[in-house]
Design a protein around this ligand. Structure first.
Ligand code: PRX
Length: 634
């Protein structure tokens, strides 16, 4: 590991020189005066004084050498459509959307909420924001109106961009009623809503004076030319909301220059994606993986990126491998859940297509269990790289780095700390370094490297309080994950230290789900825990106390209330947050100081020992949990 070790050591010990070199992967209109300003810990400012633009690096820079190369290939197995855009075409589409946004009053620093399905126009909108220095905030299309409203109120956008609908497994979800409802709920609604009609909603309601038809406006901006705004490296590029311990999602704020450098460098050293090659990332543009590795990363590297609307098993479980063959995909990035889904299908799908172009498959977003890692590695006969990171970091924290050194893959391990991260495993009490094979908190000694969150949008205090206050004696960044390192230096991630759960790679806060459930008028209180699920990794499971219990004596009454509660979650958060079941009890297990014993509930639900119960106020509460679980056959 000499090559990797030296590379990593330099990135920490000779930080400025290391990152000055990495900064050469991107175009700077004006070079920086200082590589890192760390005068106000834990806030790190990278490439201070430098001026660049993400859209310029993703598109314009490539025009001379690869204007006719495909930049974006859109494949929808939902609507049976396929379209591609060369770098030159992408350049004109993005300029046109930038001009449309400007005509709607969007200026540098303004926020634009993008609530869209996986269509090229969503990418145009994202890149158009980057071009003019507007701050995009993409909200995953699966989120419901109330979640969207909360994000609108935090970001206070001048514009919202949406479409008439999305499709999943052949089922269309119409967006417009959600958009209208969210705007009604919001205290700081956008003045304009730009709507792209895909022809999925013939009856789409239009609010006159507010709603603008994309295609009509686009017609008046054909051939528009909009220059890139040169932004100081530390200007915000985007906000992406993510779940934490509280019920209120945090706006992860990212910069411009540090992010561009981090992504460009990762394309070289981690993903090994070269200009002219093709990358296929199966995530959604609403998640961080979509931001970094469907849109910005591959385009900054001059690659062709694939935007896929659909699921891995429709029309059949070979669809992704057919895409790899047909588009000569070199780098692929997916999530463990998808692989577990594929594992249930005929393995012949993996040998049916020519996968010779594919070098690596990267997986992230949730723990990759060893059997799945073994299965997919053998089935593909290619290195399958488990790598670990977060919305907050924007790019990998732990990974094998084949562009630096070919290291041996250990099944179930995301390998080693990535360059730039001074990663530690710290004991929860006292923040001392843990020994090999000892479970501890995965922490990063600041400054965080380029590309990581610069703050929480509009709330510097929350940034410091949330991420840098886990240990009272030391200001280090907590990932809120447990980890362990073996004597060979390989790391393993063991799960979250907080109340965040991971459902099919989607990050959710159990508190958000509890708050959603509590919106039902007959719920007094509830507890939501994540329980292990063989396919999705984890599923939320709810235990609720009803105010009026008169109907709950009968199974029919219970299932009726359960149905209503699940519908409430769908309405508040979206179906992705829907618990596996809602069990009704008359009291929840709590400590004498009133804290709900979520870990004990979770242990029981997973058939484990509930642990130390000396502080429990009423042991009967735990018995009730056991009884309802037994009754439900769990
Ligand atoms: O708990 C870790 C888990 O997902 C969390 C971050 O989720 P999100 O913000 O959605 O970002 C995903 C970016 C890939 C982490 O705190 N996680 C992510 N990757 C892994 C993982 N857990 C285990 N192994 C991984 N490879």
């Amino acid at each position: 590991m000499a090559g990797y070790k030296e590379f990593h050591r330099r990135s920490i010990e000779d930080r400025d020189a290391f990152w000055r070199e990495q900064a050469r992967w991107v175009h700077w209109q004006k070079p920086c005066s200082t590589v890192l300003d760390y005068s106000r810990p834990p806030f790190a400012k990278w490439f201070v004084g430098g001026e660049t633009n993400l859209c310029y690096n993703a598109i314009d820079r490539h025009l001379a050498a690869r204007g006719d190369q495909k930049a974006l290939v859109y494949i929808s197995t939902e609507l049976d459509e396929e379209k591609s855009f060369s770098y030159r075409e992408l350049h004109s589409e993005v300029q046109r959307v930038a001009a449309m946004m400007q005509s709607l009053g969007v200026k540098q620093g303004d926020r634009v909420i993008i609530y869209m399905p996986m269509i090229p126009e969503a990418c145009f909108a994202i890149l158009a924001c980057a071009r003019i220095g507007a701050i995009h905030s993409v909200v995953f299309g699966g989120f419901a109106a109330a979640s969207l409203a909360a994000r609108i109120d935090d970001a206070r956008p001048v514009l919202m961009v949406s479409a008439d609908g999305g499709s999943r497994l052949g089922k269309v979800t119409l967006y417009k009623s959600l958009v209208d409802e969210a705007i009604k709920l919001a205290k700081h609604p956008p003045e304009k809503v730009l709507m792209y009609r895909r022809g999925l909603d013939a009856q789409m309601p239009v609010v006159s004076g507010r709603d603008v038809d994309w295609k009509e406006l686009a017609a008046t901006h054909a051939g528009a030319s909009v220059a890139c705004a040169w932004l100081e490296s530390n200007e915000p590029s985007y906000i992406l909301y993510t779940s934490g311990t509280t019920g209120h999602p945090k706006g992860v704020q990212r910069d411009v220059g540090g992010y561009a450098v981090a992504l460009a460098a990762s394309m070289q050293h981690i993903y090994c994606g070269k200009a002219g090659e093709t990358m296929f990332t199966t995530s959604d543009i609403g998640w961080v993986v979509g931001h970094s590795y469907i849109i910005y990363g591959p385009l900054i590297a001059g690659m062709t990126t694939i935007l896929y609307e659909g699921v891995p098993i429709r029309p059949d479980a070979g669809v992704w491998w057919k895409i790899v063959q047909d588009h000569k995909v070199n780098v692929m990035f997916s999530a463990p859940t998808a692989i577990r889904v594929l594992k249930k299908h005929d393995p012949a799908y993996l040998t049916k297509y020519d996968l010779s172009s594919l070098r690596h498959l990267f997986l992230a977003g949730e723990p990759l269990d060893e059997p799945t890692h073994v299965w997919i590695s053998q089935a593909l006969d290619k290195p399958v790289i488990d790598h670990y990171w977060q919305t907050e970091t924007g790019w990998p924290i732990l990974s094998a780095m084949p562009g630096v050194e070919q290291s041996r893959i250990k099944y179930g391990s995301p390998s080693f700390p990535v360059y730039g991260y001074d990663l530690r495993l710290l004991r929860e009490a006292g923040a001392m370094d843990a020994a090999d094979n000892e479970q501890a908190v995965v922490a990063i000694v600041p400054p965080l490297p380029p590309g990581c969150l610069s703050t929480v949008w509009g709330d510097d205090e929350r940034f410091v309080q949330t991420y840098f206050s886990t240990f009272s004696n030391r200001q280090v960044y907590s990932t809120f994950d447990w980890g362990i390192r073996d004597p060979d230096g390989y790391y393993f991630i063991l799960g979250r230290t907080d109340d965040v759960i991971n459902v099919a790679g989607h990050r959710l806060g159990t508190r958000e789900i509890e708050e959603a459930i509590s919106m039902h008028s007959n719920i007094a209180e509830c507890a939501v825990v994540g329980v292990a699920d063989p396919l999705k990794g984890q599923m939320p499971l709810a235990f609720a106390v009803a105010k009026d219990t008169s109907r709950l004596g009968e199974p029919k009454g219970r299932s009726l209330l359960e149905k209503e509660v699940l519908e409430t979650v769908d309405r508040q958060l979206g179906a992705i947050a829907r618990p596996k079941a809602v069990h009704f009890v008359t009291l929840l297990p709590k400590t004498r100081s009133g804290k709900t014993l979520r870990r004990s509930i979770q242990a029981l639900a997973e058939g484990r020992d509930p642990g130390d119960l000396t502080t429990i106020e009423d042991p009967a509460a735990l018995q009730q949990i056991k009884d309802v679980l037994k009754e439900s056959g769990a």
